[in-house]
Ligand binder design. Structure first.
Ligand code: SF4
Length: 509
């Protein structure tokens, strides 16, 4: 589930075989989710996790704030539900109300609850209020978000079927106060002649087939699972089915391409890859020969409970002093609130300490101060090796430098990143030169495999964002300490990984 997503619980719980906007959204996260929501035993559902609840609360609070600041008079249907809400929406459109808040419209098997219906001289346009950016950013380019687009298109489709649509256009009122237009008939990009409407129709058809039981989907282990209320049920099914998606990076699409020939991890571990090769390709679309060989190595490690292996030579910086670095950020408020470091003076004496720079609140001043102090600490610690896991630290420092150019220059940041002493363990080492007997190569999986235990029983970046929100609301020192402990453990997990890699290198000597 993406940041800023707003879940319409009312929609979900009142439908039977109706297709709602949130179903289309969920389908884009995981094709199996509409099937589970429709057909699985509700007793198998997990409680929504605290971060998902926070997203709901955040979305609802933002919507209320936007509505409270509306200067145009509007019809408020937010205290109405189901058929009554729908009836009052239709009456309001017949009357020609200019602005309807919290509407409900249906046609056939489609049901939508757009936040706003706004009338112009041609008819009505749907608007959703989103506690996230209205568009995706790619470098200097911006593009519509597909998961917003399908929801808005469903409202527009219903309006069209009811003869109330002004045009195939809708809007998002986003977290930045922008009104972002979604033009469903425009081509998505120069290289992509498709339209958002075509995307919508395709998704709608697929969801329709799934919820009518005409296509049985399978669970597929992915990054979306941890946030999903079917996590326990699906992972249990995946494990008992020895499902291929429990191999790191294999994913649902490749599994579906392979499953009729290679149904399980055991089958992949034991097969002869050449049986599935034709010329320079495998018989599986989207799976090259090298990739299939890599998946087989992973399958064998999982099945044999083998030790992780080096697939390429690696070198680690040879400085005595090492920093293990991790940043905590709140994407909902675009705030980077904690820079944590575990500092080890030398591997021989093993002594280490945790150093942190925690923004005292969510203001820009506090964020800049934490960044400036962390930057000074990095400078003062030189020479040393600095390890972090994945791209978050780099992208965050680039963003912070642009936001606070007085702290350091772009050139200084680039110089730090280019230095061989600044190592992204995930991108530069784990992905390029290692294989592990675990289903994900996230730091939690690798460090846990190496025997590390987080003090928190349910550690995750999403959970720490939820704690941060609670701390900013309450100022509770225990919550602040929980965030620090979690960040410290993430830094220590990075150190455990470096030591694990060193052991692998030593074993290969
Ligand atoms: S747990 Fe994973 S596979 Fe199952 S429905 Fe949720 S996202 Fe899909």
């Amino acid at each position: 589930m993406g940041y800023g997503a707003k879940i319409d619980v009312k929609e979900r719980t009142t439908i039977t075989k109706l297709i709602s906007a949130s179903m289309l959204y969920d389908f884009l996260q995981c094709a199996h989710r509409p099937h589970m929501d429709q057909f699985a035993d509700p007793k198998d559902r997990d409680e929504p996790n605290a971060f998902v609840k926070l997203l709901w609360e955040n979305g609802n609070a933002f919507e209320k704030q936007v509505i409270s600041e509306l200067e145009t008079p509007f019809l408020d249907l937010s205290d109405k539900f189901g058929d009554e809400k729908e009836h009052l929406t239709l009456e309001a459109m017949k009357r020609g109300e200019n602005l309807i808040y919290s509407a409900r419209i249906t046609d056939g098997d489609l049901v939508g609850e757009p936040d706003i219906l706004r009338r112009d001289d041609r008819g009505y346009i749907a608007i959703d209020i989103k506690a996230g950016s209205g568009e995706e950013t790619y470098g200097d380019d911006k593009k519509p978000k597909k998961h917003y687009a399908v929801q808005l298109a469903l409202y527009t489709d219903i309006l069209e079927r009811l003869n109330y649509s002004a045009a195939r256009v809708a809007y998002v009122w986003d977290i930045h106060g922008e009104e972002v237009q979604y033009d469903f008939e425009a081509e998505i990009g120069v290289r992509n002649p498709r339209t958002l409407w075509q995307d919508y129709e395709e998704v709608l058809n697929k969801v329709s087939v799934i919820i009518n039981g005409e296509n049985i989907t399978l669970p597929a282990f992915s990054g979306s699972c941890k946030m999903c209320h079917w996590y326990t049920k699906c992972t249990s099914d995946l494990e008992s089915n020895d499902d291929l998606t429990l191999i790191f990076y294999l994913g649902g699409k490749r599994r579906d391409a392979m499953i009729s020939s290679i149904p399980t991890i055991s089958d992949l571990a034991g097969c002869n890859i050449q049986d599935f090769v034709e010329g320079k390709k495998t018989i599986f679309p989207g799976v090259g020969i090298k990739m299939l060989e890599k998946f087989q190595v992973r399958a064998r490690l999982i099945k044999d409970a083998g030790d992780p292996i080096l697939t390429n030579p690696i070198t680690l910086p040879s400085f005595e002093k090492e920093l293990f670095f991790d940043i905590e950020s709140d994407p909902m408020r675009d705030c980077h609130y904690l820079h944590g470091f575990v500092e080890r003076q030398s591997r021989d004496d093993g002594s280490e300490k945790y150093v942190s720079f925690f923004a005292k609140d969510v203001s820009m001043e506090a964020e800049e101060k934490a960044f400036a102090e962390a930057w000074q600490y990095i400078q003062a610690s030189q020479p040393c090796a600095i390890y972090h896991y994945a791209s978050h630290e780099k992208t965050t420092y680039k963003k912070l430098q642009q936001k606070y150019p007085d702290v350091c220059t772009e050139g200084q940041i680039e110089e730090l990143f280019k230095s061989e002493n600044f190592v992204d363990l995930y991108t530069d080492i784990v992905l390029k030169a290692t294989e592990w007997p675990v289903r994900s190569y996230g730091i939690k999986y690798l460090a846990t495999y190496l025997g590390f235990d987080w003090r928190d029983k349910h550690p995750s970046g999403a959970a720490s964002i939820e704690w941060f929100h609670r701390w900013t609301e309450t100022g509770d020192k225990k919550i602040r300490q929980r965030i620090l402990d979690y960040n410290e453990d993430d830094c220590r997990a990075t150190r455990v990984l470096v030591d694990g890699l060193q052991d692998m290198m030593d074993r290969q000597k």
